[in-house]
Every structure is written in C-alpha cells, then in structure tokens.
Unconditional design. Structure first.
Length: 320
C-alpha cells in the first residue's frame, strides 16, 4: 500500500480518537452546566430575598433619622443623606459610603484554570486590560484579585499589580468554598487596600451566548433605599432584635459575600457552557475532517487500483 494511503489511515484513526475525547468532554461539560444552573437558580431566589431585606432595613433606618431631624420625607433627602450621620463611623457606613477620593480600584477577576473553553478566558482578559488602561488615564491604580490560573499567569506576566490570587476553584463551587475569597476581598476594602471593588466575569446568558460584566460590589450601591418606604413609611412596620443597626452590621457583609459568590457561580456556569459549545464544535469539525480524509483515501485507493489494472492489461498485451 502506498505511503500516502498509510498516512491517511493513521490520520483518520487519530482524528477519530480525538473526536471521542472531545465528545466525552462535551458530555462532562453539559453535566456540570446542568448542576451549576440549578445551583445558580436557587441562589438567585436567596439573593433576591436578601436584597429586599437589606433594602428595607436601610430604608427604615434612614427614615427614622429623617423623622428625628423633622425633615420632610422625599426621595431627594434619602439620596443625599450622609450615612455617617445615620450610622456613625461603623462598618455600615464604611461599606455604603463612597470614599472621598478614589485612588485605587480593586478588580476581582474570574477566569478558568484550563483552556479548551472557547473565548471564555480571552474575552475577560481583553476587557480587563481595557479597564486597566482607563484607570491609568484617570490616574488611578489598578489592583487585581485573580481567581483562576489562566488570569493569574497572564496578569503577572504583564506586570500588573496582583494583590491576591486563587486557583483550583471547583467546577460547582459552594459558598463555603468561596468564603475565604470573598472575605479577603471585603477585608482588603475595609482596610483601604483599594477604594472601590469591582467583580469582573463572564455572565451566563444561555448555552450559546455570554456577556462580560464589571459589577461594582463595594461600596454597596445596589440597594433600593427609600423608593417605596419614603412614600409609605407609615404603612410599613418592622420587628427587629436587638436593633436595626446591629442587624445591618451583620447583614451588609453577608450581602456583599453573597453578591461576590453569585458572580463566581455565574462565571462557572458560563465557563461550562463555553466549554460545552467548544467541545461540540470540535467534535463536529473532527467528524467533518474524517469524512474529508476518508474521501481522499477512497480516491487514492481507486487511483491505485486503476494503475494496477492498467499495468496488468499492458503486461497481457505485451505477451500477445
């Protein structure tokens, strides 16, 4: 058999073996995606309830302050309230009140620990470099908290200021597993390592699409303070023990932890979806390549048979 036919047969066997691997990886990613989607759905319900609770407690405390000061309850009053006046200089004010001057910005960047996930890692890194460039123009220092070895290696290679890194987050992360990450990020903010904290990750839209997000986590701004309570303060009653401020001092760090954990879970869901799509595409491409190579091999075999028949006929004619 000619060498070209042998090479084609070896290549077809190799591509078939690769397609089996990519197909298996596709099935594994699909199973992990199903798990993270279920966990993410349950988390969203919890986070929504926590968001409503914190918002109402904050509104109640602000409204009580305005009532004591004999202010007329308006949304403008609530929006312009000085949280130091309401909560003093405690953890509540620290986590809600913006810093007077933003000199450094922290970015908790979530990437994966491996490749073969399509554009999942590259898109996050590309968007992050754009944010860092914007900070440089505005004279602010960028500090990176990197989750995932792909991002960590890239940022250190490009001499960015990586103040924290964590690899090996499981494919279906639990809140307990990510607690050291989110607690460290919050402590760094409270200790003044950076003046704002953003979580940068890939948001899972569906199995075929995703979108980059850079969400501001600290200071906490995503609270509906006073929207309905200012108008209906007399209709809302709270039973809180020992007092609102004590409960908020516990709930606000928990709220921040839950928000960051939700971003990590969302990012992992997007990673599995991207991996599943990439492996499905790789499997389809491998099958197409096998078909093309098989066609080439069949043509080469036919050409070989034709040549051999021609030689036999020529030899027979020569004997006549």
């Amino acid at each position: 058999m000619p060498a070209s036919l042998l090479e084609l047969k070896k290549r077809i066997a190799s591509v078939k073996q690769t397609s089996k691997i990519t197909e298996a990886m596709h099935m594994v990613s699909a199973a992990k995606l199903n798990q993270t989607e279920k966990r993410d759905k349950g988390y969203q319900e919890y986070n929504q309830l926590l968001h409503q609770t914190v918002s109402r407690l904050m509104s109640a405390s602000v409204i009580n302050h305005l009532n004591k000061a004999n202010y007329r309850l308006t949304q403008d009053n609530i929006d312009s309230i000085d949280y130091d006046d309401v909560f003093g200089m405690g953890i509540i004010s620290d986590m809600i009140k913006p810093r007077e001057e933003v000199r450094s910005v922290g970015y908790l960047v979530i990437t994966g620990d491996r490749g073969l996930v399509g554009s999942y890692n590259s898109s996050v890194i590309k968007q992050m470099m754009s944010l860092v460039a914007d900070d440089k123009i505005q004279g602010r220092e960028s500090k990176i908290l990197s989750i995932g070895s792909v991002g960590s290696q890239f940022f250190k290679k490009n001499n960015l200021n990586v103040v924290y890194e964590k690899d090996g987050v499981s494919d279906v992360p639990t809140f307990k597993e990510t607690l050291p990450i989110v607690s460290t990020a919050i402590k760094m903010y409270l200790n003044g390592v950076y003046d704002e904290l953003y979580v940068c990750y890939t948001h899972h839209v569906n199995s075929l699409s995703s979108a980059f997000r850079a969400e501001k986590m600290l200071p906490i701004v995503d609270l509906d303070i006073g929207t309905m309570e200012a108008k209906e303060s007399k209709k809302i009653e709270f039973e809180v023990a020992p007092d609102i401020d004590s409960v908020l001092a516990t709930l606000l760090p928990q709220f921040a932890r839950a928000e960051i954990y939700g971003a990590i879970l969302d990012a992992k869901t997007a990673e599995h979806a991207s991996s599943m799509t990439a492996m499905k595409s790789a499997t389809d491409n491998a099958k197409d390549l096998v078909s093309s190579l098989s066609l080439q091999m069949n043509r080469a075999r036919q050409a070989q048979i034709t040549t051999e028949l021609t030689e036999i006929v020529s030899g027979a004619n020569a004997l006549k």
